[in-house]
Design a protein around this ligand. Structure first.
Ligand SMILES: N[C@@H](CCC[C@H](N)C(=O)O)C(=O)O
Length: 260
């Protein structure tokens, strides 16, 4: 059987997109999803996303990590699915859609997507790191020499060692200006460094503000795959009006032979 797909990337975090409004995709087939994400035998991606109908919003986002399992929220994937929905004519410039962590508002203009993230409450402070949930769990740690840091090795150590079977995504950070941070992320479910992680850079911006490293509510993030911005409002309970902004692009589309 030939399966139609679209390939998107948001600051180098790449996704196979499938229009599943007709509900044909076998959603519990872990092997199929990991095959489609495989960079040698399949299309190649950090994750796979289904665009589905939703009763109350413009569409529903169903996200899988490249290991084939459904993941928690994906910020870059959320931005890419807005670009995909716009391409399909499902949405215009403003949209709201449903994801695993709830409702998201978003806007798209000239290939730049801004995505509103869920409010964040507690930020846990540990000895040399912070931990928070921005739709997905994130460990945030400042390091020296980020450029040459072994993100895969050190990320895997913390992902399993500190957070057990359930794990966490692990972000390593270097501050380069009052409002600017370089970030490299080890992603759970990909089990490797990715070029960028949307929920991860959101976590970094909030964690850096929380720990006093910056007093800006608009933080610039540089990832190996490109630049993102995170804007937010601090309130008595944590943070709200959190917006993640950056490019999201269609790379190619095609059809792939899937054994049936
Ligand atoms: N790449 C994503 C993060 C995806 C979630 C993560 N891998 C998990 O399931 O924990 C992003 O852009 O946020």
């Amino acid at each position: 059987m030939l399966l139609n797909f679209f390939k998107y990337q948001g600051t180098g975090n790449d996704f196979v997109m499938i229009d599943n409004r007709k509900e044909f995709f076998p959603k519990e087939n872990v092997g199929l999803v990991s095959f489609l994400c495989d960079r040698r035998f399949g299309i190649g991606a950090d994750g796979l996303i289904l665009l589905e109908n939703d009763e109350d919003t413009d569409f529903k986002m169903v996200y899988y990590n490249s290991d084939g399992r459904q993941g928690t929220m994906c910020g870059n994937g959320g931005r890419c699915i807005v670009a995909f929905a716009h391409y399909l004519g499902v949405v215009d410039q403003n949209t709201s859609f449903m994801a695993v962590d709830g409702l998201h508002n978003a806007t798209i203009a000239n290939g730049i997507v801004s995505l509103e993230m869920q409010n964040v409450g507690e930020i846990k402070e540990k000895s040399n790191s912070l931990f928070l949930n921005t739709g997905s769990p994130h460990h945030v740690q400042l390091v020296d020499g980020l450029k040459d840091f072994d993100v895969r090795k050190e990320g895997a150590k913390l992902r399993y060692g500190l957070y057990g079977e359930k794990g966490s995504n692990i972000n390593f950070v270097d501050q380069t200006a009052e409002d600017t941070f370089n970030v490299r992320t080890y992603e759970r479910g990909v089990e490797d460094e990715t070029f960028s992680c949307g929920t991860g850079v959101t976590a970094v911006a909030l964690a850096m503000y929380h720990s006093g490293k910056t007093n800006r509510d608009l933080v610039k993030i540089v990832t190996p795959g490109g630049n993102l911005q995170v804007k937010f409002r601090s309130n008595a309970n944590g943070y709200d009006q959190i917006w993640l902004t950056g490019p999201a692009k269609l790379v190619f589309k095609g059809e792939i032979n899937v054994e049936s």
